[in-house]
Design a protein around this ligand. Structure first.
Ligand code: DGT
Ligand code: CA
Ligand code: ZN
Length: 664
C-alpha cells in the first residue's frame, strides 16, 4: 500500500507534487510559532530544489535542498524543539544557511527572500508541466531553452509537430509519452470519480464534525446526488454566529488543505489533497483491463497526487436545511422547486422559503428573517406539498411530479443485498480463493455469491480452460452440500464471465456451459468493438443474448470512467430484446457493473430497464475480497436510476434466483 506521506518524504520525485496551485509557499499559521509544520517545511524545501533545477542551478545546490527536505521529512523529533534548542544546526545535511532560513521560518513565520523570488519568477506553465507523468525539471528546462516551451499547451504543440523527438536524449518514444501524459493529466484535472470524491468528502466532513462550535455538517452537491463523477465538493456547516469565526479559522487549519482559494464571510473555497487521509491513500487492486484504460502504471501516482476543490458554506443552524437543499442541487431540480414556490407566492433560495408578501423589496439574506421555518429538508418539501425527494433523484427527471403524488419509489437499500453474480477468484485473475470469497460474502451478511471467472480467450486475465472451470464447479457443489447439511443459509452459484466471440458466440462449447448455473457474457476485445459501428455491435450482442445460457450481459457499454468511452451500442434495443425474452419465459438481466471505474450501465439506463421490466444485476466484479465492497457504488447508482428492491436480482433469495436461472 502506498502512503502519500511516504511518497512526499521518501521518493521525492518531481511528479509527486501535482502541477498547479499546490506548488507555492504556505502561509504562516495565525496562532503563532511554530509558524509552519514539519510537513510544510519539507515540502517547501523540495519545491525550492525543483525550482532551482528548472532554472539550471548548480547540482550541489539543488542536492542540498533535496537532502534537507528528506531529512526534515524523516526526523522523529519535534522540529520546533530542534529549532529552539539550536540542535537543528547539528543535524547532518543542514548547513548554516539552511539552518538559519528554517529557524526564521519556524520562529518568525517568514520565508527567505530568494525562495519567494524563485517561486514568483518561475513561469506558472513550467510548474504545471511538472504534473505530466514522467517529465522532470531537467527536461523541462532543456525544452524551455531549446524550443521556447513554457506551458503544457506549447509543449503539446511542439510534440505534435515532432519538434521534441530530434532533441538529444529525447526521441520519438519520449515524445509520444509526453503526449499521452498530457492527455492523462487533463482527465484528472477536470473531475474525479464518485468513489474518490466520496473518500475526500467524508474525510473532510469527519474532520469538520469534530471541531468545537460546529452544530451540523453535511456533504451536498453532486457527491450527495451520487453522480458518477464530481466536479467539486460542496459542504454545508451549521454554526451559531458567536462561533462563526472560531470555526472558520479551525477549518482553514485542518490537515489536508493544499491551498485556500478564498475565504469570505460565509464561503470558504479550498483545495484538498491526499494528506487529508489519516491512513494514507491507496487505490487497491485494479484489474488489468481497467488499469490499461486509465493510464497503466502512472495511474495510482496520478490519483494519489491529485487534488479536489471544496466549497464550504457556514450558515446559522436555522438556515442549514435551506442551504443544504440548495447546494445539493441539481441546478435543474432547484429551478423546478423555485417555480413551485413561486406558484405558491413563496421565494425559495439558499437562505429560506420566504413569503413574497412579507419580503417585499428586501433582497437575499435580508429577506430570510421572514422565512417559514424548516430544520430539516422534509419540512421544506412539505411546505411545497411534496414528499421528501432522496438526493439521488434530484435531477428534474420526474421526481417533483412523483413527489407531488406521494408516489416516489422506495429506493433500494444496501442492507437488502443478498448476493451478486459476477466475481472472480484465483482461477482467473482474482486475488482471492473461492473459500476466501465465500467467507467474505458471508461476513457481509450475504446469503449467496456467484463466481464467474474469465473464459479462455481472455489470456491477459488468465482465462480458465474448461477443465479448470469444471473442477471449480465440483468444489462449489461440494461446499453447497456441506452448507446445506449444516443448515447454513449460504450457497454459491457457478458461472463464467464468457468473452463474446465473433458472430456473438460464447467462449465454451454447450456441453461445458450446460454444467454451469449461468453465463455473464461480456465484451473485452475493445479495439475490435470500438472500431465498428453501432448496428454491428448491437447485432452481435442481440445474438449472444439468444443463447439460453446467457443470463447476464456484463458491463454492457465497456466504458471506463476517465479512461475510455465505451464501444457504440444501442442499449435501449438490448433492453427491449431482453424484455421480449423474459415475456417468452426466459431469464435475462442487464448488469450494473458496480466497479467505480465503470458504473456500467449508468443510472439513466437503469430507469429504462425498470420501465421495461428487465431485472438489473448489480455486480461488484470483485477481483479481491475488498472488491466485494464496491457493491455500494452499484447500489448508489441503482438508487439514482430509481431502482427498488424488486428491480434488482441482488435482493432475491438464493432459491428465487435459482428458479430464475433454471429457466431455459
Ligand atoms: P459538480 O460540482 O459539477 O459535480 O456538480 P454540482 O451539482 O455539485 O454543481 P455545483 O458545485 O456547481 O453547485 C452545487 C449546487 O449548487 C448545484 O447542484 C445547484 C446549486 N447551484 C449552483 N449554481 C446554481 C444556479 O445558478 N442556480 C441554481 N438554481 N442552483 C445553483
Ligand atoms: Ca459541486
Ligand atoms: Zn469483464
Amino acid at each position: 500500500m502506498k502512503q502519500p506521506l511516504a511518497i512526499l518524504f521518501e521518493a521525492w520525485t518531481t511528479e509527486d507534487i501535482m502541477a498547479g496551485s499546490a506548488f507555492k509557499l504556505p502561509k504562516a499559521r495565525a496562532s503563532g510559532a511554530p509558524y509552519f509544520s514539519r510537513n510544510q517545511v519539507a515540502a517547501v524545501l523540495h519545491q525550492v530544489a525543483v525550482l532551482l533545477e528548472l532554472q539550471g542551478a548548480n547540482v550541489f545546490r539543488v542536492r542540498s535542498y533535496q537532502n534537507g527536505s528528506r531529512m526534515i521529512g524523516t526526523i522523529t523529533e519535534d522540529l520546533h524543539e530542534l529549532v529552539v534548542t539550536g540542535r537543528l544546526f547539528e543535524m547532518k545535511g543542514i548547513g548554516k544557511g539552511l539552518g538559519s532560513a528554517l529557524s526564521q521560518a519556524i520562529l518568525e513565520g517568514t520565508w527567505p527572500e530568494d525562495w519567494i523570488r524563485l517561486h514568483e519568477d518561475t513561469p506558472q506553465g513550467m510548474i504545471e508541466m511538472l504534473g505530466i507523468p514522467g517529465l522532470g525539471p531537467k527536461r523541462i528546462k532543456l525544452m524551455h531553452e531549446e524550443l521556447g516551451v513554457d506551458s503544457i499547451a506549447s509543449l503539446k504543440e511542439a510534440a505534435e509537430q515532432g519538434r521534441i523527438a530530434p532533441m538529444k536524449g529525447f526521441g520519438k518514444k519520449s515524445e509520444q509519452r509526453m503526449l499521452d501524459g498530457i492527455e492523462l493529466l487533463s482527465r484528472f484535472r477536470a473531475r474525479r470519480r464518485l468513489d474518490i470524491g466520496l473518500k475526500y468528502g467524508t474525510a473532510f466532513e469527519q474532520r469538520i464534525k469534530t471541531l468545537p462550535g460546529v452544530e451540523r455538517v453535511q456533504l451536498a452537491g453532486s457527491a450527495r446526488r451520487r453522480k458518477e463523477t464530481i466536479g467539486d465538493l460542496d459542504i454545508v456547516v451549521g454554526v451559531k454566529p458567536e462561533h462563526h469565526d472560531e470555526v472558520a479559522n479551525a477549518i482553514l487549519a485542518l490537515q489536508g488543505i493544499a491551498d485556500v482559494k478564498g475565504a469570505g464571510d460565509s464561503k470558504i473555497s479550498l483545495i484538498l489533497e491526499a494528506s487529508i487521509f489519516e491512513d494514507g491513500f491507496s487505490v487497491g487492486h485494479i484489474d488489468a483491463n481497467v488499469l490499461e484504460a486509465i493510464g497503466g502504471e502512472d495511474y495510482e501516482q496520478l490519483e494519489s497526487a491529485g487534488t479536489i476543490d471544496a466549497q464550504v458554506r457556514l450558515v446559522p443552524p436555522e438556515m442549514f436545511a435551506f442551504t443544504l437543499a440548495y447546494f445539493t442541487g441539481s441546478k435543474e431540480h432547484n429551478i423546478a422547486m423555485r417555480q413551485r414556490a413561486i406558484d405558491r407566492g413563496l421565494r425559495l433560495n439558499e437562505f429560506g422559503l420566504i413569503p413574497e408578501a412579507k419580503a417585499g423589496e428586501l433582497k437575499g439574506i435580508e429577506a430570510a428573517q421572514y422565512s417559514l421555518s424548516a430544520m430539516t429538508e422534509e419540512e421544506i418539501y412539505s411546505h411545497l406539498d411534496l414528499q421528501w425527494v432522496p438526493p439521488e433523484l434530484r435531477e428534474d427527471t420526474g421526481e417533483i411530479q412523483s413527489g407531488s403524488e406521494q408516489n416516489l419509489p422506495r429506493l433500494l437499500e444496501l442492507d437488502t443485498i443478498q448476493g451478486a453474480l459476477h466475481n472472480h477468484t484465483v482461477v482467473s485473475d482474482g486475488e482471492a480463493t473461492l473459500e476466501q470469497m465465500a467467507d467474505a460474502a458471508q461476513s457481509l451478511g450475504w446469503t449467496w455469491l456467484g463466481i464467474a471467472d474469465h473464459s479462455p480467450t481472455l489470456k491477459v486475465a488468465n482465462g480458465a480452460p474448461a477443465d479448470r472451470l469444471l473442477e471449480q464447479g465440483q468444489k462449489i457443489r461440494k461446499y453447497n452440500q456441506n452448507w446445506q447439511d449444516e443448515g447454513v443459509n449460504f450457497r454459491l452459484f457457478h458461472g463464467v464471465e464468457s468473452d463474446i466471440l465473433a458472430g456473438g458466440k460464447l467462449d465454451h462449447p454447450d456441453e461445458v456451459l450446460s454444467e454451469l448455473d449461468y453465463v455473464v457474457a461480456s465484451v473485452h476485445a475493445m479495439t475490435k468493438w470500438r472500431g465498428r459501428d453501432e448496428s454491428e455491435n448491437t447485432e452481435e450482442l442481440l445474438k449472444v443474448l439468444e443463447h439460453p445460457a446467457t443470463k447476464v450481459l456484463g458491463h454492457p457499454t465497456g466504458r471506463i470512467l476517465q479512461g475510455r468511452e465505451g464501444y457504440e451500442v444501442d442499449v435501449h434495443r438490448l433492453i427491449d430484446a431482453m424484455a421480449e425474452h423474459i415475456e417468452e419465459g426466459r431469464f435475462k438481466s442487464i448488469e450494473l457493473n458496480a466497479s467505480p471505474y465503470r458504473l456500467d450501465i449508468d443510472y439513466r439506463l437503469c430507469k429504462y430497464a425498470k420501465l421495461m421490466g428487465v431485472p438489473v444485476a448489480i455486480s461488484p466484479d470483485a477481483h479481491s475480497i475488498r472488491g466485494l465492497a464496491d457493491i455500494q457504488y452499484g447500489v448508489m447508482t441503482a438508487r439514482k436510476g430509481w431502482l427498488e428492491q424488486g428491480d434488482v436480482i441482488n435482493s432475491m433469495s438464493a432459491d428465487a434466483l435459482a428458479q430464475q436461472l433454471a429457466l431455459q
